[in-house]
Design a protein around this ligand. Structure first.
Ligand SMILES: [Zn+2]
Length: 270
């Protein structure tokens, strides 16, 4: 069964991972701009990273039959310095116009600071002024619940937001309902240690149903698994879920969410 990984950081992975993902049925990936494990020293570092995501990564994926897309944004971890954020945000429109870019992401909160919120408001305004689809990162561990609430409050106060064009990512048991109830897509990240295991993701699908749920590996430079979505598929099969339900979560849902972007392409395979 084919799958789509709607949130993965291939820039931090090897080409062998593309090979293994293709063998496992990966048809397309979406790569949000994020923190590469170190703080960048200037706007040019972001500029080169955005070029990497839009010029080099699609070419690296293509020989494996995987369509590579990117989300452009400024991650929350580097958004606390509002002056710096303003400079980075100024270069985003050039990249948002590129042919494989889906929209603005991942943006959101990390430590839920005033500076992060100010930068986030600028990013949301840029997205809404251009009619972009948005992908939100929610904070880690103890900051997750309050940070998710803050993001949802910000979005609720903005009448231009269309919830169907927004994904609230890295949801866990205590936040997934909040996102779904307000009409957003809810992303569940499958990590070997933090975030959700495949089994916990299956629990959430069983509790809330498969509609508007996306599962992703968020595989990056840390402990993570680019084959986490196939692991979720195996866990769904073990729990007796029908192939149509599994396919909805790992293919139809990401295809529908990302398909709202003019740039989304996935090859129909035999
Ligand atoms: Zn990410």
């Amino acid at each position: 069964m084919d799958f789509i990984d709607p949130h993965i950081h291939m820039a931090a992975r090897t080409t062998d991972d593309f090979h293994r993902m293709a063998r496992a049925g990966c048809a397309a990936v979406a790569e949000p701009a994020f923190w590469m494990g170190y703080d960048r020293s200037g706007t040019n570092s972001f500029y080169d990273y955005f070029r990497q995501l839009t010029e080099w990564e699609p070419k690296r994926a293509a020989p494996y039959g995987i369509r590579h897309h990117a989300w452009m944004g400024l991650n929350a971890k580097e958004a606390d310095d509002v002056g710096f954020a303003r400079e980075v945000i100024a270069v985003l429109p050039e990249f948002l116009d590129r042919p494989t870019v889906l929209g603005i992401g991942e943006i959101g909160l990390n430590k839920n600071t005033k500076g992060e919120v100010e930068s986030l408001l600028m990013l949301i305004d840029l997205a809404l002024s251009r009619g972009e689809v948005m992908l939100f990162h929610t904070p880690h561990l103890a900051d997750k619940y309050p940070g998710t609430r803050m993001i949802l409050d910000i979005l609720r106060a903005e009448p231009r937001v269309e919830p169907a064009r927004v994904c609230i990512d890295h949801c866990e048991e205590h936040t997934v309902r909040l996102a779904l109830e307000e009409g957003y897509w809810a992303g569940i990240t499958l990590y070997p240690t933090t975030k959700a295991t495949p089994e916990r993701a299956v629990d959430m699908v069983e509790l809330y149903g498969p509609d508007r749920i996306l599962v992703n590996s968020s595989a990056d430079w840390g402990p993570s698994d680019p084959l986490a979505v196939p692991e979720f598929m195996a866990a769904m099969r073990r729990r007796g879920h029908a192939p149509e339900v599994i396919r909805q979560v790992v293919y139809d849902n990401p295809n529908a969410f990302c398909g709202q972007s003019r740039s989304w392409k996935v090859d129909v395979r035999g």
